[in-house]
Design a protein around this ligand. Structure first.
Ligand code: ATP
Ligand code: MG
Length: 790
């Protein structure tokens, strides 16, 4: 084996070798990104096994994300012919789950215990609060759930908390009742997995000693992001001063989970408590070329709280870091897709191209552009936009407005947010519907009692929302639905709701973009195409082409409502454009979920003040330092090429927001960067503004290109000045002489109605008419015969 192991140790440097072959004692490897920490950890596992120092069952390795755990198993599998799936290599939660599955009885759990996700857990807490007859305004389920999760992360049971006031005393009582309920139902929430595992080890000596004997080696990757409970959990397996060898690797500069309780201090504590005699530092970076590394080093140098270390590379400077300023988020997506396609044509596999963003909501525009271009992509560490739970909930309410008999949508939201409709009531309802062959919505009258009343209240809510939204724009409809359904309120109160709210805001943006692209809505005006760049047209300026959803009924001239058209669009995009397993696909993920990974080419998008660094972080110094570490993580994912991009305008909650570029640009070495667009001085001096000004002067885009002010006209787009909209609207009105918004019209099939909206020109011209009994309809004027009545 000694000879064989030489193969493993062939391609590593002396410091790495020292770490890999270190004696079986507590070790701390403190090193920057791309210096081979994970490689050292994996190689050490292989080396320990190959030299017979440990069997595959005798070690445990922990990391943070499923993707990283898989990656570790794959790398190990490539080094050694062992069954890696049987080994204890995984995430903290994954390993705790495995542990509790093995010791369910001792842990006091039923054999097939179920895991509650965070929204299940909130509903459970809500039930408890109700049962206790507490004031639900004072004890909001989401806040209580946050209180309980934080207590669990501190390893505190209800009895361990000393309440200092009435409010806390009651919260503790809810915590207790919630525990009892989970016990009765045989379920555990996420935080419970970890805590239950920890407690079993702490309280059961034989089990603890068994595992302490079994795992001679514990290896922890990304140690800088462990929280208090995770560290305590590790100490159960390997108490300081005992025989087990704990091998921890980490990088304080990559600590990005402080907001969830991670403690960089664990590294310092570990060094002290385990009496680590030698901290190994790795300073050679093997991942990135010089320009990328210089950028990372210089950026992180702006942080004050660091343990201190640097990185160097022998790879040479490589390509410059490219910086691109887009006029809009849409243009940013468009540009990066073209760039990614070019890289792909040059021979780069798609899976070697990563698009990173700070917030999940940003993925929507990028996904949409990839979808339209027919490029396979995969979203990691989160669901694709239209598949996210909160987005699906909102879409279900919208579908019920269009079609109350949509049973799937009905079931999805009938009790979300909770409104006292339990499983039993749903069963009764489903039985009644089955018996009569009608939809759930049509069968609510058949259910008696309190459950039945609550069902009636729900259908009443759907009906009244439909009435409330008559004649509103798509955007207004969605806003209304988010409020009346209680969804917005629910996520506003949710501990983890901020991101979900952002996604709901993004749904409004998606609708807004859809409306302009498809030519629906009052803001859409037809303008001569030659005045617009291709990018501007794609951006949403209506072209003189009939959109796909604009196929009128041959007889009545009726066309899909913007809502129906949008819902169709949403189902299509939620379809299967996501790459098949194994298919070569562009990788989309948040910066957080990119930790530990590497790619040949990396795009960091949305580098704007308020977005990255995120606005929530800007109020305190530590917040900005954490954002900077996050940026450091992002930059150091790239091997060969790095692109930084930002956009002057971005849709936020359906409104265009003007951006200032991220402060991080001022913290990067000028010499390593190459600006693909002229570097400007930030706010208010961007293309979009200039373009708009030029346009309102009547000179348009061409004058800007002529003056050399615009380098890539294909990507320039700006909001249409109001005066132009007015002019275009007048033109429409002139074309359909007799028709006037607000006046009566007559349709041969639907009868008399009130004209609400008039838009589009020529073949595209359409009207929205309220026909009272027949409801609100969209009609294609080229087909429908509408006569004005006075
Ligand atoms: P991060 O902090 O981002 O998690 P890391 O320190 O864990 O990074 P690795 O992912 O282990 O770094 O290594 C970065 C890259 O460098 C990998 O592609 C790895 O295979 C390569 N690498 C590491 N050490 C060497 C070496 N001695 N010779 C050649 N390549 C190496
Ligand atoms: Mg790593």
């Amino acid at each position: 084996p000694a000879v064989e192991s030489q193969g493993l140790l062939k391609n590593i440097n002396p410091e790495q070798l020292a770490a890999v072959t270190a004696p079986a004692e507590p070790m701390l490897i403190l090193a920057g990104a791309g210096s081979g920490k994970t490689r050292v950890l994996t190689t050490r596992i292989a080396w320990l096994m190959q030299t017979g120092q440990v069997s595959p069952g005798g070690l445990m390795a922990v990391t943070f994300t499923n993707k990283a755990a898989k990656e570790m198993q794959t790398r190990l599998g490539a080094m050694l012919p062992v069954n890696v799936r049987g080994m204890w290599i995984g995430t903290f939660h994954g390993l705790c789950n495995r542990f509790l599955r093995a010791h369910w009885k001792l842990a006091g759990l039923p054999q097939g215990f179920q895991i509650l996700d965070s929204s299940d857990s909130v509903s459970a807490i809500k039930r408890v609060i109700k049962a206790m007859k507490l004031d639900e305004e004072r004890y909001v389920a989401k806040q209580v759930s946050w209180f309980i999760a934080s207590a669990k992360e501190e390893a505190q049971r209800p009895g361990d908390i000393v309440p200092h006031d009435e409010q806390t005393r009651t919260m503790v009582a809810i915590y207790q009742a919630y525990e009892d309920q989970c016990k009765r139902e045989g379920v555990v929430d996420f935080a419970e997995l970890m805590l239950r595992c920890y407690e079993l080890l702490r309280d059961n000596k034989p089990v603890r000693e068994h595992y302490q004997q079994r795992f001679q080696h514990l290896l922890v990757d990304e140690f800088q992001d462990t929280n208090k409970l995770q560290y305590a959990w590790l100490k159960m397996f390997a108490p300081p001063g005992r025989q087990q060898a704990v091998f921890a690797v980490g990088d304080d500069d990559q600590s990005i989970y402080a907001f969830r309780g991670a403690r960089v201090g664990n590294m310092v504590d570990f060094e002290r408590e385990y009496r680590v005699s030698r901290v190994i530092k790795l300073e050679q970076n093997y991942r990135s070329f010089g320009n990328i590394l210089d950028s990372a080093n210089e950026l992180i140098g702006h942080n004050s709280k660091r343990l201190g270390k640097n990185l160097r590379t022998d790879a040479g400077p490589g390509e410059p870091v490219r910086v691109y300023e887009a006029a809009s988020d849409f243009a940013e997506a468009q540009w990066l897709i073209e760039e990614a396609q070019a890289l792909h044509r040059q021979g780069l596999a798609r899976k070697e191209i990563a698009v990173l963003y700070r917030s999940n909501a940003q993925s929507r525009v990028i996904e949409s552009a990839l979808f339209n271009a027919g490029i396979p992509y995969r979203v990691y560490g989160g669901l694709r936009f239209f598949e996210r739970a909160e987005v699906k909930h909102a879409l279900s309410y919208l579908r019920l407005l269009e079609n109350p008999n949509d049973d799937t949508s009905f079931l999805r939201v009938v009790n979300f947010p909770t409104r006292g409709i339990g499983a039993r009531t749903i069963e009764l309802l489903q039985d009644a519907a089955r018996a009569s062959g009608r939809s759930l919505y049509q069968s609510v009258g058949a259910v008696a009692g309190k459950g039945g009343n609550n069902l009636m209240a729900f259908t009443g809510l759907v009906d009244s929302t439909r009435n409330l939204t008559q004649g509103l724009t798509l955007r207004e409809i969605i806003e209304q639905v988010l409020e009346t359904s209680g969804l917005a309120e629910f996520y506003r109160n949710d501990k983890d709701g901020a991101e979900r709210l952002e996604n709901l805001g993004e749904l409004i943006n998606a609708a807004e973009a859809f409306v302009t692209q498809e030519g629906f809505g009052k803001d859409a005006v037809a303008l001569p195409v030659d005045e617009l760049s291709p990018g501007a047209i794609a951006e949403g300026f209506p072209a003189a082409v009939a959109p796909a959803n604009f196929t009128p009924d041959a007889e009545t001239g009726e066309i899909m409502s913007p809502l129906a058209a949008f819902l169709t669009h949403a189902s299509l995009e939620a379809g299967d454009n996501q790459a098949q397993a194994g298919q070569d696909a562009v990788q989309l993920m948040t910066v957080h979920s990119a930790k530990g990974l590497e790619f040949d080419a990396v795009f960091i998008t949305g580098l704007e003040e308020g977005l990255f660094p995120h606005e929530n972080s800007l109020t305190d110094h530590d917040g900005v330092e954490e954002e900077r570490r996050l940026m450091y993580v992002a930059i150091t994912r790239a091997r060969q090429r790095l692109y930084l991009c930002f956009s002057q305008t971005r849709m936020l909650h359906g409104q265009t927001r003007y951006n200032v570029k991220s402060r991080f640009f001022d913290e990067l070495p000028e010499g390593a960067l190459k600006w693909l667009t002229p570097r400007n001085q930030g706010f208010g001096s961007g293309f979009a503004k200039e373009y708009q000004d030029a346009w309102s002067r009547g000179s348009g885009l061409k004058s800007m290109v002529g003056a050399g002010r615009v380098e890539k006209p294909a990507y320039v787009a700006a909001p249409v000045p109001r005066s132009m909209k007015a002019a275009a609207a007048e033109k429409v009105a002139a074309e359909f002489g007799g028709l006037r918004v607000g006046k009566g019209v007559f349709h041969t099939k639907f009868g008399e109605g009130m004209l609400m909206t008039l838009e589009g020109t020529g073949q595209d011209a359409r009207a929205q008419v309220n026909f009272g009994r027949h409801g609100m309809k969209w009609l294609a004027l080229s087909v429908a015969k509408l006569t004005p009545i006075d």
